[in-house]
Design a protein around this ligand. Sequence first.
Ligand code: 48F
Length: 261
Amino acid sequence: MNKKTLSDIVISRAIIESFSDKLIEYLETDVAIVGGGPAGLVAGYHLAKAGIKVSLFERKLSIGGGMWGGGMMFNEIVVQEKGRKILREFGVPAKKYREHYYTADSVQAVSTLCSRATLAGLKIFNLIEVEDLMIKNNAVRGLVVNWSAVSMANLHVDPISVESRFVVDASGHPCEVAHLLEKKAKIKLVTETGGVMGEKSMWAEAGEGSMETNTREIFPNVYVAGMAANAVFGSPRMGPIFGGMLISGERVAQLIKKRLK
Ligand code: 48F
């Protein structure tokens, strides 16, 4: 092979320049999603499909959150009828187990959600975590982000800011954005207690049933979706049934689309 056709330095430049261009382009967005689990991915897909400029920040190397591992590492997930319809829209096959219960391969589900969302235009930034929020005039205006490796190595490195019209807390069980609002900014949320109420113990039916109504704005410009929504409003967890996460992702996208109209 001609040496000049493949330069190591050109490869490095290509990566640095294309990543920098991407990050600079997304320093200002319509919606910034925190967390790349099923709720965040479905939300990102629908927003992007509607032509909305949307980014997603995921702390980990891999996207998919708690979906890869199915239940206790058995890599199958369960969805009910409504969840099956959403999976079908994405092109994920689901098998009927019995009336109202369907199963899907969790690896196929995650990889397909991720593929469809990014092809629709969702821009994903993995290995980056949200460590704070931009709060001005009693509303959230964006995220404060840093490399996940910085906190893992306990380094003292300042973050950078990303401006966004809306923020979605899809960070799962820890509902990290809601905690930042409550603990750091001492802000009252729209919950019964004014704070994060904390998820309740396993109860699939009640957890799934409350997720759609829990998917809402908790402070100006901040929405909660997925398990974060149940954790904020004190509803039960539901284990490896994932319909609620998909429905919640769809719902939060609908709510934000209305606001952006
Ligand atoms: O946990 P996760 O999959 O949340 P979800 O979409 O789905 C929950 C289910 O997986 C499962 C369940 C089903 O019944 O209960 O747990 O609500 O995905 C959340 C993602 O957010 C990332 C985290 O690494 C995970 O991949 N995340 C959490 N905090 C941050 C974050 C943060 N501060 N910055 C960036 N990413």
